[in-house]
Design a protein around this ligand. Structure first.
Ligand code: HEM
Length: 406
């Protein structure tokens, strides 16, 4: 349920507009249509929902919120604000503290060595999952979009693939929680599991063959081996940042392609253009509502904010900014010619998504492998498609059908 806050004194009445990205009926029925309709709201407005928070609309100003840590601190990321007992490294740190961890993670966990087998692994898992579908049909969310990112993550960490269902229930708790209690429960359970799992692996790291886990054990931050608490925080960060996000992204992209034969045909005719086309879909179907807290009392684009105010940088809002994009709701694979569109789907600045390569790989391979195997792809007749809101937007279910030939 939404928690309505008292409007603080520094918020002028003309800037109050309700926007509840977790519970509003319109987010459930037509999320992107609803977000596009915000064009009539003030550039920066305050919603009393979700504990009370600022929503920034222009894509350039959203980029500033992502980038300018002196004004907007990442020590508070959740909306509604949570007393974060669990610190996520590196996301919860501001520079300069952030910088050393980010560098160490990029150079180790996301190095070419750690991700050396990511392409063949993703292709293998994708084909295995396709083979498990009934001929000509699947429920895409539960049978593919949830499974692929978890399988890849478990493989990279050298964890047992049988843990997939267990992981799924924690992720659902963390990301789909309808209130603070549910998200806290998801975090607490995932935290307990990561603690036990990591303790066990570190007792005998030689046994674990996961490339990303091995990189975690090898890594040094500012020349020193991280303490257990830091290793746990980074693992939890990968777990919470790298799974539900890809799943969410996959659901919106596949729904769109199932409903648009011409875009599908374009990708089938030009598979080499999939990486460029993907960027346009990442713009059009942003999924994340990221929080920051105002780091000090300030005036931001003419709006008075007080230290501690919650500020939302929404990637779906940035992607549909009509002042930035012509016909923002339209998917135009050649919007930027043959170049990739520059969107904020992975954020911007110091916290720009560190897993973007992993995400792009999974999304690209999904399109390359699934589309040619799904002729005449369509949404099953009579299916009701609903968005499930949360920190990221994901479709609840997506029953797909295609023709079976031969
Ligand atoms: C389509 C999939 C994905 C999307 C849309 C996405 C989106 C984002 C966004 C918007 C941010 C910026 C957060 C901020 O500014 O506070 C971010 C950061 C981050 N993402 Fe992703 N992400 C995706 C996949 C992944 C994957 C696969 C991983 C890792 C396995 C990952 C790990 C992270 C981490 C660790 C950060 C924090 C980086 C830092 O603070 O320096 N993400 N992501």
């Amino acid at each position: 349920m939404t928690t309505e806050a008292v409007i603080p004194d520094h918020v002028p009445a003309e800037r109050v507009v309700r926007f509840d990205f977790r519970n509003d009926e319109r987010i459930r029925q037509d999320p992107y249509g609803y977000i596009a309709s915000l064009k009539d709201a003030p550039d920066i407005f305050f919603s009393p929902d979700l504990g009370g928070y600022w929503i920034v609309r222009p894509s350039e100003a959203i980029e500033e919120v992502f980038t300018d840590h002196e004004r907007f601190t990442a020590t508070s990321l959740a909306i509604p604000k949570r007393d974060d007992t669990v610190v996520l490294i590196p996301n919860n740190f501001d520079p300069p503290r952030h910088t050393a961890y980010r560098k160490a993670m990029a150079n180790n966990l996301f190095s070419p060595r750690a991700l050396a087998t990511i392409h063949p692994d993703t292709r293998d898992f994708t084909l295995q999952l396709f083979d498990e579908f009934e001929p000509g049909r699947c429920e895409f969310v539960s049978e593919f979009a949830y499974k692929l990112p978890i399988d890849i993550f478990l493989k990279l960490m050298g964890a047992d693939l049988a843990l997939r269902d267990q992981c799924l229930s924690w992720i659902k708790g963390i990301f789909r929680g309808r209130n603070l209690e549910e998200t806290n429960k998801g975090f607490t359970e995932a935290y307990a599991w990561v603690t036990d799992w990591l303790t066990e692996q570190l007792a005998d790291p030689e046994k674990n063959r996961g490339a990303m886990f091995q990189a975690l054990v090898r890594m040094k931050v500012d020349g020193k081996k991280p303490e257990f608490d830091d290793l746990r925080s980074m693992t939890l960060m990968l777990f919470s940042g790298g799974l539900d996000t890809i799943t969410s992204q996959m659901t919106h992209i596949m729904r769109f392609l199932a409903e648009s034969p011409s875009h599908r045909q374009y990708l089938l005719d030009h598979p080499e253009r999939i990486p460029v086309a993907l960027e346009e879909m990442l713009r059009r179907f942003g999924i994340s509502f990221i929080g920051r807290a105002a780091a000090k009392d300030q005036v931001f684009h003419g709006v008075t904010m007080k230290e501690g105010d919650v500020v939302c940088a929404g990637t779906p809002i940035a992607g549909l900014d009509a002042d930035r994009w012509d016909n923002p709701l339209e998917v135009d694979f050649e919007r930027a010619g043959r170049r990739r569109v520059k969107h904020l789907g992975f954020g911007a600045g110091p916290h720009l998504c560190i897993g973007a390569y992993l995400a792009r790989t999974q999304l690209t391979v999904m399109l390359e492998e699934l589309l040619p195997r799904m002729p005449n792809l369509r949404i099953a007749e009579g299916a009701t498609i609903e968005n499930q809101a949360g920190a990221t937007m994901m479709l609840k279910s997506l029953p797909l059908e295609w023709d079976v030939t031969g």
